[in-house]
Design a protein around this ligand. Sequence first.
Ligand code: PLP
Length: 370
Amino acid sequence: MTASYLDYNATAPLRPEARNALIAALEHPGNASSIHSFGRAARQEVEAAREAVAALAGARPERVIFTAGGTEANNLALRAARRGVLASAGEHDSVLRACEPALAPLTPKGIVDLARLESLLDGEGGPDVVAVMLANNETGAIQPVAEAARIAHAHDAILHCDAVQAAGKIPVDFTALGADSMSLSAHKLGGPQGAGALILAEGHEVEPLLRGGGQERNRRAGTENLAAIAGFGAAARAALRDLDRMLEIGALRDGLERQVLDLAPEARFHGSAAPRLPNTSCFGVAGLAAETLVMALDLSGVAVGAGSACSSGKLAPSHVLRAMGTGEARAAEAIRVSLGWASTGEDIACFIAAWRACLSRCGKPKRAAV
Ligand code: PLP
C-alpha cells in the first residue's frame, strides 16, 4: 500500500534542512546566554535562526520573540488587550480560547466581514485588540488583514495576525500588512513541533507570559530551545527559498479538486470562492461523515484532516464552517486535504484511488475513472 500524507495544515513533515540543523544543534553543549565560546556559538545559532524567521515574515530580526509554538505566540500577543479582544469567528482555538473575544462573523466565502468588524469597534471603550488570521487553517481562505489593520487603527485598537498557516505557503510581509503582532509556528512549514515566534511591530510591546531570566530581550524567560530554534530557522530559510514551488502545489490541489468532483459531482467545497492558500482543499459529500471518511482513507494509507485539527483525538464539527453558515450537517461532513513541500502527483493519485474506493464502498454515484 502506498502511503500518502496530505495533512500538512495539521503538521508538515520535517524538512531535511531542519532535521540537519536540529541534530547539529543538539550536539552543542552551549547555553545561548553563556559568554564562553560554546555559549557564543549557541547564541549565533539562535540569532541566525531569528534572521531567517524575520526574513520569511518580512520583519526585523530584533522584533522576533521565539516561543514554544503558535499557541504560545497567540496567547502572548493577546495579553496586550486592556479593554478586550475582537476576533474573527474563524480564528484558531489558541486565539478564541486564550481570551473571551467578541466575534466578528465570517461571510459564506469564509472571509471576515469587515463591515461588521468595524461596527463592533464603533463607540467608546470597545475592544483594543483585533485578531484576524492571515489564512484559515481549515479552508485556506486568505483574510483581508491589511484592511482589518486599518480599521483597527482607526478605532484606537491594534491588530494581531495569526500567520501560522500562511507563512511558507504565500508571501508574508508583516510590515506591509500593518499588523502590530504576528504569530508563526515552525511545524507548519517543515520545522520541528514546539517552536514558534511572535513578531512585534516597532514600538509595540507585550507583557511576558513567562518570567524569570532576561532571555528574548526580557519578553520570554527560559533558556532558548536551541535545537528547535535552529530547526525553525532552517525550515524558514527553506520555505522562503521554495515559495515558488507553491504554484506547483496549487496546480496539484486544483487537479485533485477536479478529480474529486468527477467522481462525486455532488461534493461541496468550502472556502473555494475566496482567495485561498494554494495547498488547502476543504470539502464534503452529503451523507458521508467526515470521521468515517478520514478513517476509510486512513485504511487506504491516506492521511487527511477533518474539522479543526483535533487536539484531543476527537472531532468536533468545525466552528469555522459553522461560522460560514454551512450548517451542522455540512460542517460534520467536511474533510481537509492539505499539501506541502514534499507533496507530489503520486500523493494525489493515491488520494484519488482511495477516494474512489471510499465512494464505491459507501454506495455513492460513480463515473468513469479519469
Ligand atoms: N494558529 C493556527 C491557524 C493553527 O492552525 C495552529 C495549529 O494548528 C496554531 C495557531 C497553533 O500552533 P502550534 O501548533 O504551534 O501551537
